[in-house]
Ligand binder design. Structure first.
Ligand code: FAD
Ligand code: UDP
Length: 376
C-alpha cells in the first residue's frame, strides 16, 4: 500500500471493470501515462469476472455474460486482447414444465398456442387477434400486451419481471422488457447481434491482457474512500463506482436490484439442454445457467448457477423509476461540475444506466478520447 501511495500516478482509476481497464490500457499505451487502479474487490474485471471453481469449472461469478457487439469498431478493439469462440446463446423458458424458446419466436408461438403457421404473415395475423389495443404505451406491461397479448404476457413476462425487479411491469419503463427481441421467424439465439462471441480463455484473462503494461499498477482490496485523501493524481481521476456513495448520499440512496447466486456442481458433461433456462412462474430463482454450454470448456464436471433476485447486496441493476431517476439527476449536476476538478464518472454504476459490455467499452473509449484532447 505504502509503495502505491508514494507513487504519484498521472491517472487514478477507481474500479477495474471493463471501463477502468479500457481507460487504463489506452492511457498507458497511447499517452504513456502512469496509471493507478484501485479496486475494492480482490480481483479485476468487475462483474464480468470469471474463475475456475473447486472442480475446475470456469464459472461467471456475477451472472452469465453473453458478449455481443453492435459495432465492428468496438469488436476490433477488444479483439486485440483475446481470441474468440462463437457465442451461440440459447435460452428457454420453463412454463408448466415445458421448455419454450426465448426470445419469443415462431416456434414458441406454435408450441404455446398448439398451432402450425405456414409463414410469418399467418403468425402475425394470429397475434394481431391477441394484441390488446393500447393508445399510449406507458410501461412494460402495455408494451407486451400491445405486441403479444395477454396469454404471452401472463405466462412469459409478468411474473418473471415481478420476481426479477420486485416491481410490477406496470411501474417499469418499456425499455426493460423491450431488451428482448420479439420474432416471427425461427431465429433461436438470445440476442439479435451477428457479432456474438465469447472470449476463448474467459473474461478475466481478457481484461488481464488488456492491463498488462508496466505503466499500470493495480491495488486490489482498496476502496477509493480509503485512499482519496492520500493519492492526488497529476492529471485526472476516473470513477466507475456508484455516484451516491461518492457524494456520501447527499441526495439520498440510489436503489439497485441485486442477485444472490447459488452454484451446484455435478460430475456430468452437461446438466441441462441449453445455457439458460428461465422460470417465470414457479421457483424462487429467475434463471438457471449452465455456462459450460457457451464457454465450451472440456471437463468431466459442470456447474449450474441459480439466480435469486434481492434488494440487498452488490449493485447490479439500476432501478429506473421516477424516484431514482430524480435522485440521479441531482447527482448528475454535481458530476458535471466535478469535471472542472478533473474527476470523471463513467460506467454502468457511475451513470446509473442498464448498459451492456460493448456499450460501456465504447463509452470508455469515448471518454479516453476526450481526456486525450483535453490533457495534451
Ligand atoms: P463494473 O463491471 O461494475 O466494475 C466496476 C468496478 O468498480 C467493480 O469491480 C467494483 O468493485 C469497483 N468499485 C466500485 N466502487 C468502488 C470504490 N469506491 N472503490 C474501489 N473500487 C470500486 N453485459 C453484456 O454485454 N452481456 C451480458 O450478458 C451481461 N450480463 C450481465 C449479467 C448480470 C447479472 C450483470 C449484473 C451485468 C451483466 N452485464 C452484461 C453488464 C456488464 O456486467 C456491465 O456492462 C459491465 O460490467 C460494466 O462495466 P463497468 O466497468 O462500468 O462496471
Ligand atoms: N424478461 C421476462 N421474461 C423472460 C426474460 C426476460 O419477462 O423470460 C424481462 C424481464 O423484465 C427482464 C427483461 O425482460 O428484466 C430483460 O431481460 P434480459 O434477459 O435482457 O435481462 P438481463 O440478462 O440483463 O438480466
Amino acid at each position: 500500500m505504502n509503495k502505491i501511495i508514494n507513487n504519484k500516478p498521472d491517472l487514478l482509476i477507481v474500479g477495474s471493470g471493463p471501463v477502468g481497464c479500457v481507460i487504463a490500457e489506452r492511457a498507458a499505451n497511447i499517452k504513456k501515462w502512469n496509471v493507478l487502479i484501485v479496486e475494492k474487490r480482490n480481483h479485476i474485471a468487475g462483474n464480468c469476472y470469471d474463475e475456475k471453481n473447486n472442480s475446475g469449472v470456469l464459472i461467471h461469478k456475477y451472472g452469465p455474460h453473453y458478449m455481443r457487439f453492435k459495432k465492428k469498431k468496438i469488436f476490433n478493439y477488444v479483439s486485440k486482447f483475446t481470441k474468440w469462440i462463437n457465442g451461440n446463446y440459447i435460452v428457454k423458458s420453463n412454463i408448466k414444465g415445458k421448455l419454450y424458446p426465448i426470445p419469443i419466436n415462431l416456434t414458441t408461438l406454435e408450441k404455446f398456442f398448439n398451432k402450425r403457421f405456414k409463414n410469418k404473415r399467418e403468425a402475425k395475423k394470429f397475434i394481431d387477434s391477441k394484441k390488446v389495443r393500447i393508445k399510449k404505451i406507458k410501461n412494460s406491461e402495455d408494451f407486451i400486451l400491445s405486441k403479444l397479448g395477454k396469454e404471452i404476457y401472463d405466462n412469459f413476462y409478468k411474473n418473471y419481471t415481478i420476481k426479477q425487479w420486485g416491481i410490477h411491469p406496470k411501474n417499469l419503463d418499456k425499455s426493460i422488457v423491450g431488451r428482448l427481441p420479439i420474432r416471427f421467424n425461427r431465429d433461436p439465439f438470445y440476442v439479435n447481434q451477428k457479432l456474438k462471441v465469447m472470449p476463448k480463455n474467459g473474461y478475466t484473462s481478457l481484461f488481464k491482457n488488456m492491463i498488462d503494461n508496466k505503466k499500470i499498477k493495480i491495488c486490489l482490496n482498496t476502496s477509493y474512500e480509503d485512499i482519496k485523501e492520500l493519492i492526488k493524481p497529476k492529471i485526472a481521476t476516473i470513477y466507475t463506482g456508484p455516484p451516491d456513495i461518492f457524494f456520501k448520499h447527499k441526495y439520498g440512496k440510489l436503489k439497485w436490484r441485486s442477485l444472490e447466486f447459488k452454484f451446484k456442481t455435478k460430475k456430468k458433461d452437461k446438466i441441462q439442454e441449453c445455457v439458460q433456462i428461465n422460470f417465470p412462474n414457479h421457483k424462487k430463482y429467475t434463471r438457471r445457467v449452465e455456462i459450460k454450454h457457451v464457454t465450451k470448456q472440456k471437463s468431466k464436471y459442470s456447474t449450474l448457477s441459480y439466480e435469486f433476485p434481492n434488494s440487498k447486496g452488490d449493485p447490479y441493476y439500476p432501478i429506473n423509476d421516477k424516484r431514482n431517476i430524480n435522485i440521479f439527476k441531482k447527482y448528475e449536476k454535481l458530476i458535471k461540475k466535478l469535471e472542472k476538478k478533473h474527476i470523471y464518472f463513467e460506467g454502468r454504476l457511475a451513470k446509473y444506466m442498464y448498459l451492456n459490455m460493448d456499450e460501456v467499452i465504447e463509452r470508455a473509449l469515448n471518454l479516453f478520447n476526450k481526456l486525450k484532447k483535453k490533457y495534451n
